[in-house]
Design a protein around this ligand. Structure first.
Ligand code: ISJ
Length: 181
């Protein structure tokens, strides 16, 4: 039984500092634009499956990352499917602010977050951090529902700023993702 939100504790490092990444790994992990758009450009059939959307309390690390102590925050966890395969597990921490509500970012359902936020020219994101999730990480509980083999997985995270709101987005590339081809 998987308990959401999935903790994404890992050895997060500045992606730009990792000189051992392959060209393909760099292309996906350090993509500055929308991951949704990148997946859509590589496949024909894209969809979002919502796993969980809960109102939560931020951990201290998340408060520090988001530089906020918002009382109300929505944790959104989804799978991004492409051509019949679950390719990305995405976890977003979305503060319940007027900005976020006005932008309809708290009632996304199966609309991709990226389809909305990347339409804003003033969207900013912090430097992308990268981590490796090994075979013992709890994310593998989710992976095991779709794949028989556990393997090390790449993940990335950054903090977006839109108007006066900041939100943390983490994405883990699942075994069927293009990054591993
Ligand atoms: C931020 C983006 O949105 C994607 C879609 C998400 C969602 O719908 O919850 C979350 C993170 C991303 O994988 C993006 O496309 O880059």
């Amino acid at each position: 039984m998987i308990t959401y939100p999935l903790p994404l504790t890992a050895n997060w490092q500045r992606g730009a500092a990792l000189n051992s990444l392959s060209t393909t790994e760099q292309s996906w992990l350090l993509e500055p634009g929308s991951l949704t758009a990148k997946l859509k450009s590589h496949g024909r059939d894209f969809s979002v499956q919502v796993l969980s959307e809960l109102q939560c309390i931020l951990t201290l690390e998340q408060q520090q990352l988001l530089d906020c102590s918002h009382e109300k925050i929505i944790n959104r966890e989804v799978l991004l499917w492409c051509d019949g395969l679950p390719m990305v597990y995405a976890q977003s921490w979305l503060p319940v602010t007027d900005d976020m509500q006005q932008q309809q970012l708290l009632v996304l359902g199966n609309k991709p977050l990226g389809d909305i936020i990347f339409q804003h020219p003033d969207l900013k994101r912090t430097e992308i951090e990268v981590a490796c999730f090994d075979r013992q990480h709890c994310i593998q509980q989710l992976v095991s529902q779709y794949s028989s083999t556990a393997t090390d997985l790449w993940g990335r995270r950054s903090v977006f700023s839109l108007m006066k709101s900041r939100f943390l987005v983490s994405e883990i590339f699942l075994p069927g993702a293009f990054i591993y081809t």
